[in-house]
Design a protein around this ligand. Structure first.
Ligand code: 9MR
Ligand code: 9MR
Length: 591
């Protein structure tokens, strides 16, 4: 480390640090607002027309480095000029200040930097629980009474059959609210848990040691699994035990207003069984059966989950064309349903994921045949409507388990092919950093931005890159790790808006999220630990009163309540955050 003694340059420091609060508001320094790991590549961006001199000082006012902002880039969206500041002269744990022109940014360098973020993201699921009261002890300021008991749920006419008459009722309690709304959707629930359990399969010890302060914290099961089970047990009630099919969603007819959950009075329905819901359900139940088998308190659930998975899968094979199409449903049945669709016309990938999980859990040849039939030709990142990657991760993670089977040679070939696909995807992603605006793989193309992009286009690719490095190219792992860190830096503040996009974290974070629980609790602060959807140039919510300050792709973010297209939160996006924060935290510390 270069340490130039402070006496000589006191004058420089006082010049740099003479900062009025008004000048501070310019916020041209864009930096990860949580901080860095000691051996992480550390970069800040100077978002300003003019290049400037900068200095970095430590807590004792020693100058660690100084220079001039370098590497000029011009935004493809706004034509704004940006400069890179290399902070890599810092390699010791400590607190630092970056001074540029009349601005400053303070940051910390230490190990375990992302543990609080990972915990907060996991705790966000507790806040989404339905059907139970949240106690003061666990909800720290956000306690609330029971709401949506969901013990009297109507069979929507689209879901009626010989065993269940239209408007008869079933009980379907618990589970998480999906997002800013109060409905519960199988497709998104299954994907969310599937992704978190992927993370768990990779680093079980890391997640098992996180104490989440939830009601189950004192039992013998890791908190993360208790929290996932809270939703899995709801999902089981969404399966029709007569035929194995799974209802697509549990919902009100229209979205509720922005009222507290216990004030909601609308009827709730289960709507049509669908192929996608049944397959995603089958996949996550088959995956859960393996994971929960190891937990003494969950043995019965594990057995039940596998049976549920098998029957849902068989139903899907018999009904491959039960595609959920809300418009079509509304043309045939009443009441009309206008809530979230999670519609997906392409279910090859859902078949693949389900077949993979069922095969790994049972080693039965039927599933191997199916997974071969539905195998993807090119790696595509995961999202609620694209789940190939979850199947791929599980196959690679469980290679040894599968090797016990007679078909191990075949599986070796399949896995080698999938490894190639994943690696070529990761290499392509990593190339995007060079010359980028915010030194990140994300945010360099207009198509990077859209509904939910921060999770789906920024965090998820980083997860895939990390997994590619760990499972397919471990000798060069550091390159993958650093690339993934750069996308996390984007999320946490090194971006065009200067926002740390997670509630309750960082210096400037979302305050007015599109989240009924946060909006109707009479507390100014939003519930903590939630990632927002992020910049979305389509601005689909303008007609509902959302206002945007900018039309530029990477600045189409509006921290206002009506902005569901850029400022909502959702369980699947929280899942992405839980996994990326966890993997970086488990793999990013100094050895
Ligand atoms: O609040 C709803 C949000 O949870 C959904 O993601 C979004 C898109 O389906 O819709 C929101 O509801 C809006 C509706 O679509 C249009 N009228 C205004 C509603 C919210 O204020
Ligand atoms: O995440 C979903 C996004 O990909 C879609 O474009 C969008 C509009 O259909 O819906 C998003 O999911 C919403 C769901 O339909 C209802 N609950 C809120 C979800 C997050 O906005």
């Amino acid at each position: 480390m270069k340490t130039i003694h402070c006496l000589l340059i006191t004058a420089t420091i006082s010049l740099f640090s003479c900062i009025s609060s008004q000048q501070q508001e310019k916020e041209s320094i864009r930096i990860n607002q949580i901080g860095f790991y000691p051996s992480q590549e550390k970069v800040a961006i100077w978002d300003n027309e003019l290049a400037q001199d900068y200095i970095i000082i430590d807590e004792r006012q020693n100058i660690i480095d100084k220079g001039t902002t370098q590497q000029h880039t011009i935004s493809p969206f706004s034509q704004k000029q940006r400069y890179k500041i290399d902070l890599n002269a810092i390699n010791q744990i400590g607190k630092y200040t970056l001074l540029v022109d009349n601005e400053k940014a303070e940051f910390e360098v230490k190990n375990n930097m992302l543990t609080p973020l990972c915990k907060a993201a996991l705790r966000s699921f507790y806040y989404q629980r339905s059907g139970v009261p949240l106690s003061e002890q666990h909800a720290s300021g956000w306690s609330r009474p029971t709401a949506h008991p969901d013990t009297l749920i109507y069979i929507h006419p689209s879901a009626a059959d010989e065993n269940h008459k239209a408007f008869s009722t079933i009980s379907s309690p618990y589970g998480w609210y999906d997002a800013g709304d109060y409905n519960k959707y199988i497709v998104n629930s299954a994907y969310t848990i599937g992704l978190i359990l992927t993370g768990y399969q990779l680093i079980p010890n890391y997640y098992e040691h996180l104490n989440l302060n939830i009601p189950e914290s004192n039992n013998s099961t890791p908190d993360i699994l208790d929290e996932m089970y809270f939703n899995l047990k709801w999902m089981l009630t969404m399966q029709d035990s007569c035929d194995g099919g799974v209802y697509h969603k549990l919902t009100t007819q229209d979205f509720e207003g922005f009222i507290a959950p216990d004030k909601c009075k609308q009827k709730r329905y289960v709507v049509a069984k669908s192929t996608a819901a049944s397959l995603d359900f089958a996949a996550v139940m088959a995956q859960s059966c393996r994971i929960y088998r190891e937990q003494p308190d969950y043995r019965n659930f594990s057995i039940h989950a596998l049976n549920a998975a098998k029957s849902a899968y068989q139903w899907a094979k018999q009904h491959p064309e039960a595609i959920y199409d809300q418009k079509n449903i509304n043309s045939q049945y009443k009441p009309q349903i206008t809530t979230g669709e999670y519609g997906d016309g392409h279910i090859r990938d859902e078949f693949f994921w389900a077949a993979c999980e069922l095969y790994i859990s049972t080693l039965e040849p039927e599933y191997l045949e199916d997974l071969k039939k539905y195998m993807p030709k090119e790696f595509a990142n995961h999202g609620w409507g694209g789940v190939d990657a979850l199947g791929i991760y599980s196959l690679l993670i469980n290679e040894e388990r599968i090797d016990l089977s007679k078909q191990s040679k075949e599986i070796d070939e399949i896995n080698n092919n999938l490894r190639k696909q994943l690696l070529s995807y990761a290499k392509h992603e990593m190339k995007k950093i060079e010359g980028s605006n915010f030194n990140s793989m994300f945010g360099n193309d207009k198509n990077d931005f859209g509904w939910g992009c921060l999770a789906e286009k920024c965090i998820n690719p980083a997860i895939s890159v990390l997994i590619a490095g760990k499972l397919c190219d471990n000798q060069s792992f550091d390159k993958y790790l650093q690339s993934a860190f750069h996308n996390m830096d984007y999320i946490l503040g090194r971006n065009a808006m200067g926002f740390c996009y997670v509630t309750g974290i960082g210096r400037k974070s979302p305050m007015n999220i599109h989240h009924r629980l946060s909006a109707a609790d009479n507390i100014e602060k939003p519930l903590p630990g939630f990632l927002v959807g992020g910049p979305n140039p389509n601005q689909e919510d303008k007609s509902s009163g959302a206002t945007y300050q900018s039309e530029f792709a990477d600045e189409s973010y509006s921290d206002t309540l009506p902005s569901y297209a850029s400022n909502e939160i959702a369980i699947n996006w929280s899942a992405s955050l839980v996994v990326l924060a966890g993997l970086l935290d488990a793999w990013g510390n100094d050895k």
